[in-house]
Ligand binder design. Structure first.
Ligand SMILES: Cc1cc2nc3c(=O)[nH]c(=O)nc-3n(C[C@H](O)[C@H](O)[C@H](O)COP(=O)(O)OP(=O)(O)OC[C@H]3O[C@@H](n4cnc5c(N)ncnc54)[C@H](O)[C@@H]3O)c2cc1C
Length: 441
C-alpha cells in the first residue's frame, strides 16, 4: 500500500473511532437522532483537530499528495466539519426536544462554547473563501486564521469536556482519544507557528546575490548556513522564505519556487516578481541579508514521472520558474528528453531567462524548443502572438499528443484555458500537471 493510501485510511480511522466507540460502547441515547447528533459532533471535533495536522507542513504527510492538494483538502474538511457541527446541534435539539439549546438564551456555558465554535468556524470559512473579494490583506487574513484556530479548538474541547460526568462524554476511551489528539494538535500548533520559525531563524541562509532579470523581476540567491549544504529538492518544488533585511523592510514569510537546479548544492535561488506589497520590496534585498528557508514542498516535477521523455511545458510570465528549474536540472544532468516550451508574455522585454533558454536550446541538453508567445508585441515581432489555443498547440506538437506529458504554470485564466484546450485535444487529464501560484484561489 502506498504511503498516501495509508495516511488516508489512518485519517478516516481516527476521525471515525470516537463515533464508532460511542455507538457500540456508549450509554444508550433516548433517540436515534440524538445518537446520530452526538456522533456527528465527535467526528466534527476530530476533523477540526486534524486541520492543524494538515496545515502544519509536516513533510511525511505532504510528500505523497503535494502542498496544494493538502491545503485544498484542509479547506474541504473545514466545510465538512462545519456541516457536521451544525447537524450535531440540530440533531441533538431534535433528538432531545430541547430546542431552547438552539433558540434560547439562558443556556449552560458549554452550550455557548459550542455555539461560539460553530460561529468561529463559519467566520473562518467565509473570510478564507472571500479573502480577495473582501479585500482582506493576505497577512491580516493569515494572522486572523492563526488566532481563530486555537480559539476554535479550545471552544470545541471545553464544549465536549464540560459535559464529562453529566452523561455527555462518559466513555474514558473517547475522552482519552479526544484529549490525546487535541494535545498533539496544540503542540503542533506551537511548533509550527513559534518553535520552528525560531529554530530556522537561528540558522539563517545568507543572500549572496540579487540579480535583476527583467523589469520588476529579481533572482535572489541564498547560501546555506556555514558548513551546511542545500537540502535535496526536486526541480520544480518551492520553499518558504522569510527575509530579515533590517532597514525598516517588512519581515513576512512567502512561498517561491526554487528556480535553481538541484544539481547545485552550494546555493539556492528564487526568481521573484513584484506582484504586491511585499514583493515590491524585493529589489531592495542586498547581499549579506539573512533569510530563513523552509522546504522543499510540492510535487510539480518531471522527476516524479521518469518514464515520460517527451514533455510539453506551458509558462505564463513568472510561471516559468518551476519549469526553468526542471530545464536547468536536465541541462546539468545532460538529460536528452524532448521539451517543447510555450512561454507566454505580454512583451519581449518582459521575457525572463530568454538568453539562457536560447543557450540551452543550442547546447541540446535537454532537446528544448521554445515557442515565445506575446499577446502585446512591439512592431517587428516575428514569433507567435495572441493566446495559446488548441490550434497553436496542435501546430507545434505536430498533432502528436498521446505520448507526451504536460506541465502548466501561469495565471489562473491561462491555466484554465490551456487545460481545457488539452482536454479538448483528447489529452488524458492524468498527464496534465499544474502549479498554481496561490493556494487561496
Ligand atoms: C507554490 C507557489 C510558488 C510560487 N512561486 C513564485 C515564484 O517563483 N516567483 C514569484 O514571483 N511568485 C511566486 N509565487 C507567488 C508569490 O508567493 C506571491 O506573489 C507573493 O506571496 C505575493 O506577495 P505580496 O505580498 O507581494 O502580494 P500581495 O498583493 O499582498 O498578495 C497577492 C496574493 O499572493 C498571495 N500571498 C500574499 N502573501 C502571501 C504569503 N505570505 N503567503 C502565501 N501567499 C501569499 C495571496 O494569494 C495574495 O492574494 C508562488 C506562489 C506559490 C503558491
Amino acid at each position: 500500500m502506498t504511503r498516501g493510501k495509508s495516511i488516508i485510511i489512518l485519517f478516516a480511522g481516527l476521525v471515525l473511532l470516537a463515533p464508532v466507540l460511542e455507538t457500540f460502547q456508549g450509554v444508550e441515547h433516548e433517540t436515534f437522532l440524538s445518537q446520530l447528533g452526538k456522533n456527528f459532533g465527535l467526528a466534527g471535533f476530530m476533523l477540526l483537530v486534524f486541520q492543524v495536522f494538515l496545515a502544519a507542513r509536516i513533510k511525511w504527510i505532504e510528500r505523497p499528495f503535494g502542498f496544494d492538494i493538502l491545503i485544498r483538502f484542509h479547506r474541504h474538511m473545514a466545510f465538512l466539519a462545519l456541516g457536521l457541527l451544525a447537524a450535531h446541534a440540530l440533531l441533538m435539539a431534535a433528538g432531545t426536544g430541547k430546542w431552547e439549546f438552539i433558540f434560547g438564551l439562558d443556556l449552560p456555558f458549554s452550550i455557548w462554547l459550542g455555539k461560539a465554535a460553530l460561529f468561529l468556524v463559519a467566520a473562518n470559512i467565509l473570510a478564507t473563501s472571500f479573502q480577495t473579494r473582501l479585500k482582506i490583506k493576505f497577512e491580516r487574513w493569515r494572522a486572523g486564521h492563526d488566532i481563530l484556530a486555537p480559539a476554535i479548538l479550545a471552544a470545541v474541547f471545553f464544549h465536549a469536556f464540560l459535559g464529562v460526568g453529566e452523561d455527555v462524554l462518559e466513555l474514558a476511551a473517547i475522552q482519552a482519544h479526544l484529549a490525546l489528539f487535541t494535545t498533539a494538535a496544540a503542540s503542533l500548533y506551537v511548533w509550527h507557528l513559534f518553535l520552528r520559525p525560531w529554530l530556522l531563524k537561528r540558522h539563517p541562509f545568507t543572500v549572496i546575490d540579487v540579480n535583476s532579470e527583467a523589469p520588476e523581476v529579481w533572482t535572489v540567491t541564498l547560501a546555506p548556513p556555514e558548513g551546511k549544504q542545500v537540502k535535496d529538492y526536486l526541480p520544480g518544488q518551492f520553499h518558504f522564505i522569510r527575509f530579515f533585511r533590517g532597514r525598516g523592510l517588512p519581515v513576512e514569510e512567502h512561498h517561491w519556487t526554487i528556480s535553481s537546479s538541484p544539481a547545485r548544492k552550494d546555493s539556492i535561488s528564487s526568481t521573484i516578481k513584484n506582484l504586491g506589497d511585499f514583493t515590491s520590496t524585493i529589489g531592495e534585498t542586498k547581499a549579506g541579508d539573512l533569510a530563513s528557508v523552509h522546504g522543499p514542498f510540492g510535487r510539480f516535477s518531471h522527476v516524479l514521472h521518469p518514464q515520460e521523455k517527451d514533455l510539453v511545458f506551458f509558462a505564463g510570465g513568472i510561471g516559468i520558474t518551476p519549469l526553468m528549474s526542471m530545464i536547468r536540472y536536465m541541462r546539468d544532468v545532460q538529460d536528452t528528453s524532448s521539451i517543447l516550451l510555450f512561454y507566454a508574455n505580454r512583451k519581449e522585454n518582459l521575457i525572463v531567462f530568454k538568453d539562457e533558454l536560447a543557450r540551452i536550446e543550442e547546447e541540446g541538453y535537454p532537446r528544448l524548443r521554445t515557442v515565445h508567445v506575446l499577446n502585446n508585441p512591439d512592431e517587428g515581432w516575428q514569433g507567435e502572438t495572441g493566446l495559446i489555443d488548441e490550434k497553436m498547440i496542435e501546430k507545434h506538437c505536430n498533432g502528436n499528443l498521446e505520448e507526451k506529458g504536460f506541465y502548466v504554470c501561469g495565471p489562473p485564466p491561462m491555466l484554465q484555458s490551456i487545460v481545457s484546450s488539452l482536454l479538448d485535444l483528447g489529452v488524458d487529464d492524468k498527464k496534465i500537471r499544474i502549479e498554481l501560484f496561490s493556494f487561496l484561489d
